[in-house]
Design a binder for this molecule. Structure first.
Ligand SMILES: Cc1cc2nc3c(=O)[nH]c(=O)nc-3n(C[C@H](O)[C@H](O)[C@H](O)COP(=O)(O)OP(=O)(O)OC[C@H]3O[C@@H](n4cnc5c(N)ncnc54)[C@H](O)[C@@H]3O)c2cc1C
Length: 432
């Protein structure tokens, strides 16, 4: 399937070939425009760990024409299971077939490399040009153009900056250094072989029915799920950040890691015995920016570059994919004849996206106080509410809160763009 041919397309440069940049590239190209992606890395790839694709993102991947392929490479979890760190189950949200019945899209677990590869393949198939070794160093916000570290300048009609948490483009836009914010937590990301787990009856049980297991304990939590047809078990462990200031990643000391979880569920302890090597990552996020759009109307930010979040709702990449869907959906209505009048469209993109992504960033931060409660009265109250399982707004299992769940999963990026266009169309009526 190729992209539609537009007579007078815009040329859009997307900075960054992460999941957000690729989503924007595919959506904008599917709207008929020319797209060049500038990626600083010499080769394309993603970190070797798992990622959750919620229905709000899966719905967009369908529109990209890759829904089936992504699903084929994914494991579909049957439930979200919340546990006390000692092991007992506190609460359970069914996911399969619930998500497809309720939200007409699945909840998926996939290896990041598989997700990224499918996105790259799709982007290239529909004519997106990806330039590697292309580190964007300078931006002319009026031309607009980007200048690479090599000195090459590339002009276009619109620059979409999707260069991640430590965005250079964001700094150029705000005009000063703007490093991400520490959250006080770090994460270990681990993969173990399910075949090793099957040798131990306690662990074998975790490989039988795919679910997302959360263990919540004092100052830390663990999230685990199966990947790759059930062959791998993905483990994310979150605990207090003790990385030196300025250091984002470090080889993990396995003894330190095991000590942190030494009093937790025996299954977690046994899992950590299977780990041979891992890293720890500082978890950082963003404060809400005043705006994502340059006043000249030829530049906007997208993804982690403008709304990096703690990963506790598993929505960071999903929100970046939504950004791409909304932007592509809006751009489907304009041509290069509008290139000097993109500001209303970009403002609309920002209006649709900023409040929602800020709520997701805040919702993720709030989960620190749900997941990491020390033993005591507040923790007992949390557990009591979860065990009663009477989910109403504010329920601590956020995926079981009926209002918040709908807010997260029902979002229709292309539908939102169409609704917004109905209002914008008046402004873009030409010759009147
Ligand atoms: C532990 C953990 C677990 C997570 N789990 C989930 C999950 O389950 N579900 C979910 O939806 N999200 C999850 N996330 C969040 C998700 O990984 C991110 O939100 C998402 O990857 C951001 O994508 P992005 O494209 O905006 O940025 P990035 O992935 O950071 O991509 C930015 C790209 O820009 C390139 N770049 C940077 N600077 C330049 C430059 N100057 N010039 C050119 N190129 C440049 C980089 O090389 C990179 O390729 C998790 C995050 C963490 C840390």
């Amino acid at each position: 399937m190729s992209a539609p041919i537009m007579e007078n397309p815009l040329h859009v440069i997307v900075v960054g070939a992460g999941l957000g940049g690729l989503a924007a590239a595919i959506a904008i190209r599917q709207s008929g425009h020319q797209v060049t992606v500038c990626e600083q890395a010499p080769a394309l790839g993603e970190v070797g760990a798992g990622i959750q694709i919620p229905p709000n993102s899966a719905r967009i991947l369908e529109r990209f024409g890759i829904g089936e392929e992504i699903r084929r490479l994914s494991v579909l979890p049957h439930a979200f299971v919340m546990r006390s760190y000692k092991g007992p189950e506190l609460n359970r949200q069914p996911m399969l077939p619930y998500c497809e019945e309720t939200y007409k899209a699945p909840y998926l677990h996939i290896h990041r490399a598989d997700f990224h590869n499918v996105m790259i393949k799709r982007a290239e198939e529909i004519g997106v040009k990806v330039v590697l070794n292309a580190h964007v160093n300078e931006i002319d916000f009026s031309a607009p153009s980007v200048t690479l570290a090599t000195g090459v300048t590339m002009t276009c009609d619109l620059v979409v900056a999707a260069d991640g948490l430590k965005s250079k483009c964001r700094e150029l836009y705000v005009g000063h250094a703007d490093p991400p914010h520490n959250t006080g937590d770090l994460a270990y990301r681990i993969l173990v072989k399910a075949s090793d787990m099957k040798k131990d009856p306690d662990l074998a049980q975790l490989t039988e029915v795919p679910v997302i297991n959360y263990w919540m304990g004092p100052g830390a939590h663990a999230v685990c799920y199966l990947l790759k047809g059930g062959e791998l078990y993905n483990i994310v462990l979150v605990c207090p950040d003790n990385l030196p200031e300025g250091m984002a990643q470090q080889d993990a000391d396995l003894q330190e890691l095991r000590d942190i979880f030494a009093t937790w569920d025996i299954r977690l302890q046994k899992l950590l015995e299977l780990v041979q090597k891992t890293f720890k990552w500082k978890l950082q996020n963003s404060k809400e920016m005043d705006s994502w759009v340059h006043p000249e109307g030829k530049f906007c930010l997208l993804g982690d570059a403008c709304h990096a979040t703690l990963p506790y709702l598993a929505q960071g990449a999903a929100q970046a994919v939504e950004d791409g869907g909304v932007l592509g959906g809006l751009l489907a209505h304009v041509t290069a004849a509008d290139k000097d009048n993109l500001r209303p469209l970009l403002d609309s993109y920002e209006r649709l996206r900023k409040a929602r992504t800020t709520a997701v960033v805040q919702g993720s931060t709030d989960l620190q106080n749900v997941f990491h409660l020390p033993d005591g009265a507040k923790q007992q109250e949390r557990d009591r509410i979860m065990l009663e399982d009477n989910p109403t707004e504010g329920f601590p299992n956020r995926w079981r809160d009926p209002v918040f769940q709908k807010f997260l999963f029902a979002y229709d990026a292309f539908g939102e763009a169409e609704k917004a266009w109905e209002v914008l169309a008046e402004e873009y009526k030409r010759g009147e």
